[in-house]
Design a protein. Structure first.
Length: 219
């Protein structure tokens, strides 16, 4: 598990094909490899990977064909900057929100608008994920924990303050960029609990009427 608080900006050194899989070797930036052990989980642009080799200022991790197909890791070029975060420990402060590192899908940056000292970014997500995104809820974009400020259909807005722009790779994004999206894991568990694993054709939308019928919301 992770928090979505980025600890360093790393750099992709090499991407080596291993059949249908790929081995990534990344420079860890300001993150010391002394804090990484073989087998440790590290979030790379929000994707949970396992350290399989460690050297001075670098680590390697193998990425499966499944992960390459459903995240942006397969499209990274040599020298690309990536967000890095080590897994939670009992001493870690939970400054963002609980992030599993299991990316739900790839979204697209639609626009960037100045908003005071912040930058407001609008993203689109696959319609199958849109109902998990709620105003004032949490969402993870390329490993960064952010708060959703507005939602419309399958798009949502987030505001990035100067500190976040400086300490992550999100400042380098331009409209049209693809990003890794992980919705709030609590929303997924809540849906599962409320629907009881019903087949998709029998599912009722989780709206005010559904919550009222379930006794969660007073009418």
């Amino acid at each position: 598990m992770f928090t979505g608080i980025i600890q360093a900006i790393g750099t992709l050194k090499t991407a080596t094909r291993l059949g249908v899989d790929t081995r990534l070797t990344l420079h860890t930036g300001k993150l010391s490899t002394d804090t990484i052990a073989l087998g440790d989980s590290i979030a790379v642009n929000g994707v949970c990977l396992t350290a399989t080799a460690i050297d001075a200022n670098t680590f390697s991790a193998d990425v499966s064909a499944e992960t390459l197909a459903h995240t942006t890791l397969g499209s990274l070029d040599k020298g690309a900057a990536v967000n890095l975060e080590l897994a939670l420990t009992p001493e870690t402060r939970l400054g963002g929100h609980l992030v599993s590192g299991h990316v739900d899908g790839v979204g697209e940056l639609l626009s960037i608008t100045p908003d005071g000292v912040s930058q407001r970014m609008r993203f689109s997500v696959d319609p199958s994920l849109a109902h998990y995104v709620a105003r004032k809820g949490s969402i993870c974009i390329n490993g960064v924990s952010l708060t959703v400020n507005a939602v419309a259909d399958n798009t949502f807005d987030v505001n990035l303050v100067p500190h976040t722009l400086q300490e992550t790779t999100l400042d380098s994004l331009e409209p049209g960029a693809k990003v890794n999206i992980e919705v709030d894991i609590i929303a997924r568990y809540l849906e599962r609990l409320l629907t009881g694993g019903m087949p998709a054709r029998d599912k009722q939308p989780i709206d005010e009427q559904f919550l009222a019928d379930s006794g969660i919301l007073s009418t």
